[in-house]
Design a protein around this ligand. Structure first.
Ligand SMILES: NC(=O)c1ccc[n+]([C@@H]2O[C@H](COP(=O)([O-])OP(=O)(O)OC[C@H]3O[C@@H](n4cnc5c(N)ncnc54)[C@H](O)[C@@H]3O)[C@@H](O)[C@H]2O)c1
Length: 472
């Protein structure tokens, strides 16, 4: 490993001090980067700016030549300056030989393309080829080597494809001779250099602590608060992020088309929308759980879909929401199929805890579907007492939702007064509210009673044989 003094003018002053202090003591790993496209070229340039010795590898003659001459192979703001600087300092070079590059470095970043294959899947052929070649190089290496996947790939690929290919080609063992990390790249083209030095987050999924420490050390000057997780979760984070970004764009554009049809300024609407950081741009509503319900969400989604229809504005994303929600209720029905003929106990009836509102509660939909399938169901909810108000609600639901009629006819018999009336007399508990009362009830349940958790009652893992979540 080489000891190098970086120039760090792209970092904020406090980070410059950190790098200067660390560089006095730190020994920096040399890094090879396979795939000199948008991700690879930016990583090369930015890491060389931090003082790392970088060797780029690409099959493209043009890209290798360009990098060796300090010229950017792609159009990207500030990239050429950094590559030029890296070459002038003797920190940046490029080659066609991946084996040679791996042998001369301590860490290999893999940023080859993962395009869409003809069948819509992710084409892993470049990843596979690069991994095999890295494996051949590791076979000839004495020292521990770290492979860092930066491509966007389906969860499981790092372990099942990359590690498998490296182990097969090298005859060496993960965790002993080499380590692997999945470290997703979150840069946006056009501002990729700025994003590299000020990332929205740094995520590291590592095969072992040694590999993790190496990658954490590389990012120390940029982000001291890296998030550590499993390799598979890190792979999935990248997909979740990009699907979410696409959802945001599609949503904003559908609201925009609807606004235009009504002569409303969509930017006025969305400027106000984004100011709400409590419910709109926040973690709220973003944790997997049970289906949405209540007096507002389903009704308003239907109203907006109808409005689009009336105005001749197509809103495929918004139109898909009710179907997606219904699919989630069906998922619960499917997960309960192994309990056919057994006693099913439901904890929670209202659409969320802390209310007595039964309108459009997905738990009622689930219960109705189970009854329709002939299942034996009982339910408890502390907020559902047979007060005059509740009787009024039930009468309203009977009138408005014919699919609930059978359930509501028997409601007095199916509803239990005490939590233990359900817990002590069922084979499986279905819990839709994450409350202390239900956590306690689930923890104290009789031996042998299974649980379907719709609300993520507990953070930690539960006994897989008897406990499952709807989406975890
Ligand atoms: N472009 C982005 O903004 C961005 C952001 C985050 C993540 N990603 C992901 O990063 C990965 C790379 O994306 P990109 O846009 O930089 O790709 P790119 O197509 O611009 O570059 C990939 C490079 O890899 C080279 N390559 C392929 N196989 C090789 C091999 N065996 N040996 C050496 N070089 C090889 C290609 O010649 C090409 O130059 C993809 O998985 C992508 O999804 C991209």
């Amino acid at each position: 490993m080489s000891q190098l003094q970086p120039t760090v003018r792209y970092l904020r002053p406090v980070e410059q001090e950190t790098v200067a202090r660390d560089s006095a003591v730190a020994v920096r790993p040399a890094i090879s980067v396979v795939g000199l496209g948008y991700v690879g070229a930016v990583s090369m340039a930015c890491l060389s700016h931090l003082g790392f010795r970088m060797i780029g590898v690409d099959t493209s003659e043009v890209r290798v030549e360009a990098i060796n001459r300090g010229i950017s192979p792609i159009v990207e703001n500030r990239l050429e300056d950094l590559l030029h600087e890296g070459c002038a300092r003797g920190l940046v070079s490029a080659t066609h030989s991946l084996v040679g590059a791996v042998l001369r470095t301590d860490v290999t970043f893999v940023s080859v393309g993962t395009p869409t294959a003809a069948d819509g899947s992710c084409d892993l052929s470049y990843v596979r080829d690069a991994s095999r070649t890295i494996g051949r190089a590791i076979a000839a290496k004495q020292d521990y080597h770290v492979v860092v996947m930066r491509c966007s790939i389906p969860p499981g690929t790092t372990r099942n494809v990359v590690v498998a290919e490296i182990e097969a080609a090298s005859g060496k063992t993960l965790g002993e001779d080499f380590g692997v990390c999945f470290n997703p790249e979150f840069l946006r083209e056009g501002v990729a250099v700025s994003d590299f030095f000020a990332p929205p987050k740094t995520v590291i999924g590592a095969s072992d602590m040694r590999a993790r420490a190496v990658v954490e050390g590389i990012y120390m000057a940029i982000d001291r608060n890296a998030i550590f997780t499993s390799i598979e979760a890190a792979e999935m984070v990248k997909y979740a992020d990009n699907v979410w970004h696409a959802t945001k764009v599609a949503f904003a554009n559908e609201i925009g088309r609807l606004c235009k049809a009504m002569d409303i300024d969509s930017h006025d609407v969305m400027d106000i929308f984004v100011k709400d950081t409590k419910l709109n741009l926040s973690p709220y509503y973003l944790k997997p759980g049970f289906a949405f319900g209540g007096s507002c969400l389903p009704k308003e989604v239907r109203a907006v879909s109808h409005l689009g229809n009336q105005l001749g504005v197509k809103l495929p994303l918004i139109d898909s929401l009710i179907a997606s929600n219904e699919r989630h209720v069906e998922q619960a029905v499917e997960l309960l199929k192994p309990f056919a003929g057994k006693r099913i106990g439901m904890l929670g009836l209202t659409f969320k805890p802390g209310t007595d509102d039964l309108r459009e509660s997905p738990t009622l939909d689930l219960m109705a579907a189970l009854l329709a399938a002939g299942e034996n169901v009982k339910a408890y909810d502390a907020n559902v007492r047979m007060t005059p108000h509740m009787r009024g609600q039930i009468a309203y639901l009977k009138r408005s939702y014919p699919k609930l009629e059978n359930l509501l006819e028997q409601f007095d018999v199916l509803r239990c007064e005490r939590v233990n009336d359900v817990v002590d007399n069922c084979d499986v508990l279905v819990v839709s509210h994450a409350t202390e009362e239900f956590r306690r009830a689930v923890t104290m349940r009789p031996k042998g009673v299974a649980v379907l958790d719709l609300a993520r009652l507990f953070r930690g893992p539960q006994d897989k044989a008897t406990y499952q979540g709807i989406a975890w």
